[in-house]
Design a protein around this ligand. Structure first.
Ligand code: FE2
Length: 416
């Protein structure tokens, strides 16, 4: 993995190396990394908190009388009163309004990709405020910015790959397929976070944070699709292209249930659907599933406004071509190569323009060309003719470069 010194993961996890973190802790066990008080000073502070209040979704968290966690959506004008009454103020996706945080996430996304998204929330809490005991269905990296916080948490993850946040409260814990026992809090470890400290908790780790005096902290988390979600996402367009799958289940007369036998009309529908999905599943292969994964990779790379080449004539052999970092991924499928494009980061939370290509399919002979692109920052157009041992014709090079410029994966500076 290409980790850069002093940026991205290295900057976040210092002095633990990203390689060590991913080998020993990521998605495995908690990690506490003490840091110098100013470690995160250039990422966020109280001024950034106040500046972000009017720009992001706000929630107030509180412990109710039963000691269980509750959250309310609030408006900026309600922040002071909620904070004064002991609630924790949560700023959702604060990286969207604060440039140093979006830069950190961009650096992280240049080093690691997930079929999902990295985000950062901010939590500002008064003395003793906190959350009830719960675990999340996603990993979290807590960065203490100002003040202090006591994190009591289970020493190991208590449940592998939970599908939802699970909070202690009345009733059953977790989804019907999750067999979750209440935690033994006497076994919890206590981690006292001070400014510059980081705490990593994998999903499924019980925790209950509590502010010690005023506390300002960031939580970076990752949401990445599960294998189950990937399969569902792959199947949906396949099934929904067929009216038989879109049609509502039959309306059955009550009398038809009186015999204890399954109504014939219901049996027929279910039998047909089951036969059909078994046939459709048999046509799926790993390339089709991988396509879904590629299509949902973390958006990264391009800046809007740079997608289109400047109005000009044909590609010149001396034109300088810059490769937009992280803008494309490609996958060989049989005799073809499918190139997947990732929309600009600015389109993460709104649809990218419909005319922005999402993928193109070209011959597998282009594979050496694409592999070379993946490790090249800049080249002159004619050099691409020698990106494979056999060489490419100028027409081939021109065609592929034009397509990649159109998709925003390459930028052209004409040789004037
Ligand atoms: Fe949590």
């Amino acid at each position: 993995m290409a980790f850069r010194e002093d940026r991205g993961w290295s900057r976040l996890l210092h002095p633990i190396s990203p390689a060590t973190f991913f080998a020993e802790h990521y998605d495995r066990k908690p990690l506490y990394i003490p840091g110098r008080p100013d470690k995160f000073a250039d990422l966020f502070d109280l001024d950034a908190y106040y500046a972000s209040l009017g720009q992001v979704e706000l929630k107030a968290g509180l412990l109710n009388r039963a000691g269980h966690h509750e959250e309310l959506v609030i408006q900026p004008r309600e922040v002071e009163a909620c904070y004064a009454s002991g609630m924790t103020i949560c700023l959702g996706a604060v990286h969207e309004s604060h440039e140093p945080l979006s830069r950190l996430l961009t650096d992280i996304k240049r080093e690691t990709v997930v079929a999902g998204e990295f985000r950062v929330n901010c939590y500002y809490s008064p003395d003793q405020a906190g959350f009830g005991t719960h675990f999340d269905n996603r990993a979290v990296w807590v960065m203490q910015i100002e003040g202090e916080k006591e994190w009591r948490h289970s020493p190991e993850r208590a449940f592998d790959a939970p599908t939802n946040l699970v909070a202690m409260g009345p009733g059953r814990l977790g989804a019907p397929w999750e067999d979750i026992a209440p935690p033994d809090e006497s076994q919890f470890v206590s981690t006292h976070l001070k400014p510059g400290d980081l705490l990593y908790l994998p999903s499924g780790t019980w925790h209950c944070p509590r502010g010690i005096g005023r506390s300002l902290a960031l939580s970076m988390y990752v949401t990445s699709m599960s294998a189950h979600q990937l399969l569902m996402k792959t199947l949906e367009p396949i099934l929904c292209a067929d009216a038989a799958w879109r049609r509502e289940m039959p309306c059955v007369e009550v009398d038809a249930l009186a015999s204890g036998e399954m109504p014939a009309v219901l049996r027929q529908v279910l039998r047909d659907r089951l036969a059909d999905i078994q046939a459709k599943i048999a046509t799926l292969d790993v390339d089709r599933l991988a396509t879904t994964w590629y299509e949902n990779l973390t958006t990264r790379g391009l800046e809007p406004g740079h997608r289109r080449p400047a109005a000009r004539g044909q590609l010149g052999r001396g034109d300088r071509i810059d490769v937009v970092e992280g803008a494309l991924t490609f996958l060989r499928t049989g005799e073809d190569v499918v190139i997947h494009f990732h929309p600009p980061a600015a389109y993460t939370h709104r649809p990218a323009p419909a005319d922005l290509p999402r993928e193109i399919v070209i011959e597998a002979s282009a594979l050496p060309f694409l592999r070379r692109l993946a490790t090249t920052r800049s080249f002159e157009a004619h050099e691409a003719m020698y990106f494979s041992e056999e060489g490419y014709s100028w027409e081939d090079v021109e065609g592929v470069i034009d397509a990649l410029v159109e998709a925003g994966a390459l930028r052209v500076t004409p040789d004037l």
